[in-house]
Design a protein. Structure first.
Length: 530
């Protein structure tokens, strides 16, 4: 007789409404906590249990917790032999595959700090992050090692496949506390260069309540989790991969060079997927192709608000309510919808997740009441809140006002629901990515034909916003738009390439020389109406 499936390990209780869950929730963090145990080695009492469903090759391969522990153990031993020690930063430059998960687990087991890196990054983008972090080792594959060869830093690439062990025994795992540094995730660089948000080992626990309720109590029998979002971003890594492993929900790993509705449908079929995190752009592409995906139990989405039309389409295409969620790299999964707990409210993200206290602050820093627009803020003490920006104490201090972490976003309360209004900064939301203009502007300024560059987002029905570069050429130069786009593509990443390049005689600036991007956006909007 086949034994019954062993229970999963969600953080939240299996019953109770939203108000009860919030009222009864406390961050019961243990004195000693290491995420390597949470997501892998604590499951070695069930070594045969499926951890990852690997579709990254040409066939399905189910990777057990025992096998994942062997990969991580081998990597940990190899890294230790290379001199990696507690507190060292180690890059992870891989796509969605089991060794990406094993790399983070291995690094955490040593007490070192993992640095997720996006595979399509060009040499400048990689150098900026690796250089700022002071990383010297990068776990990658052969393709990644070739990319790293173009980075002008003293790096030691480690090909993960060459380090596997035959044993599933747990290595000696560092004795770490919840606030000990574990992962360094770089922001999109909304003001200046990208900043490294340093998180402790409590970050995963901090994500679990929001992940669980946005998937209508993730951890039900038969649940299988997948996202097309890359595991180099906080959305892929801590909204899907690591929560799935910690709870015991198999996570699908699948390489998608480019998202397509047909490809998504095949992954859902081949991976027997029941739970999906779709970025809004992926949902828009599915809608454009009238692609229905029956058989799913939950669909979550975050990164930008969905409109009533998209939510209604989701009910028809999936037969369920899409649950939206909200957060930032600095403190994620703080508000969410949860169809199993409360009815959605049109135009609103949802309600605060258990464990998080949110406020909308006025100009005086005091919380505002119902219907008043202000700054969305989060009270200190939440488990997914970052420790601070890497080597940026001034920027860290500026992120807080007393007991509140400022998100830089505007919002208001409507009958207990959080309504997102807009962003205070100049961040561009395009195809599910939060993109800061400074990094792209800096890259464009390095082109010999460019005197000045400003980057803004302009409305786009498919991507929310498309990137527009406003260029003042150097005297006598005649730059080519395609050449500038290729420059960004090769030096940074394809998702940072401006889709529009406009040439101007001058840029609007303040008396202190700061570019007035709001004026550029106003000019772009005027063009649209002509």
């Amino acid at each position: 007789m086949t034994p019954p499936p062993r229970p999963m390990r969600p953080l939240l209780p299996a019953s109770g409404d939203h108000a009860t869950l919030r009222a009864g929730f406390r961050w019961a963090l243990p004195a000693r906590l290491n995420m390597a145990r949470q997501v892998c080695f604590d499951w070695l009492d069930q070594p045969e249990r499926t951890a990852i469903i690997d579709l990254s090759g040409n066939r399905r391969r189910d990777v057990s917790y025992g096998a994942l522990a062997g990969m991580a153990g081998g990597l940990a031993a190899h890294l230790a032999a290379k001199g990696v020690k507690r507190g060292d930063r180690v890059g992870v430059l891989r796509g969605q595959d089991p060794f990406c998960a094993a790399a983070h687990i291995a690094i955490w087991s040593l007490g070192a700090i993992s640095l997720p890196l996006f595979k399509p990054f060009g040499p400048d983008a990689l150098a900026a992050r690796l250089g700022d972090a002071g990383a010297r080792h990068v776990v990658t594959d052969k393709e990644g090692a070739e990319r790293l060869a173009a980075v002008n830093l003293p790096l030691a690439p480690i090909i993960a496949e060459e380090t596997a062990l035959d044993t599933a025994a747990a290595p000696d795992i560092a004795d770490t506390a919840p606030d000990d540094p574990a992962v360094l995730i770089y922001t999109s660089g909304t003001s200046g260069a990208p900043k490294g948000a340093l998180h402790g080992h409590r970050i995963l626990t901090g994500h679990l309540p929001g992940v669980e309720i946005s998937h209508d109590r993730l951890g039900q029998q038969g649940d299988v989790l997948w996202t097309p979002a890359d595991w180099a971003w906080i959305g892929g890594l801590f909204d899907v991969l690591m929560p799935g492993l910690a709870i015991g929900v198999p996570v699908v790993a699948a390489r998608m060079a480019k998202f397509t509705p047909e490809g998504a449908r095949e992954i859902v079929r081949a991976g027997t997927v029941r739970n999906v995190f779709f970025p809004p752009t992926a949902l828009k592409m599915l809608k454009a192709e009238s692609m229905a995906l029956p058989g799913l139990r939950s669909v979550a989405s975050g990164g930008e608000p969905l409109g009533a039309e998209m939510l209604e389409w989701g009910r028809q295409a999936f037969g369920l309510q899409i649950n939206e969620f909200y957060g930032q790299t600095e403190c994620n999964m703080v508000a969410a919808s949860a169809a199993s707990l409360f009815a959605p409210r049109s135009g609103c993200i949802g309600k605060p997740v258990p464990g998080f206290e949110l406020a909308v602050l006025g100009a005086d820093g005091a919380p505002l009441g119902e219907g008043a627009e202000g700054d969305i803020a989060l009270r200190r003490g939440a488990a997914s809140m970052f420790l601070g920006y890497w080597n940026r104490p001034d920027a860290t201090a500026g992120k807080f006002s007393g007991d509140w972490m400022l998100t830089g976003d505007r919002g208001l309360w409507q009958a207990g629901y959080l309504r997102f209004v807009g962003r205070e900064d100049d961040v561009i939301t395009s195809a599910g990515y939060r993109i800061g203009p400074a990094e792209i502007e800096d890259c464009l300024m390095q082109h010999p034909d460019v005197a000045l560059a400003a980057v803004i987002g302009v409305p786009d029905p498919a991507r929310t916003e498309r990137i527009r570069a406003c260029i003042v050429p150097r005297p006598g130069a005649r730059p080519d738009a395609a050449a500038l786009q290729d420059h960004v593509r090769t030096r940074l990443s394809a998702h940072l390439v401006p889709r529009e390049v406009v040439f101007m005689d001058s840029l609007p600036m303040t008396v202190t020389g700061k570019i007035i991007r709001k004026e550029l956006k106003r000019m772009a909007a005027k063009e649209e109406t002509q």
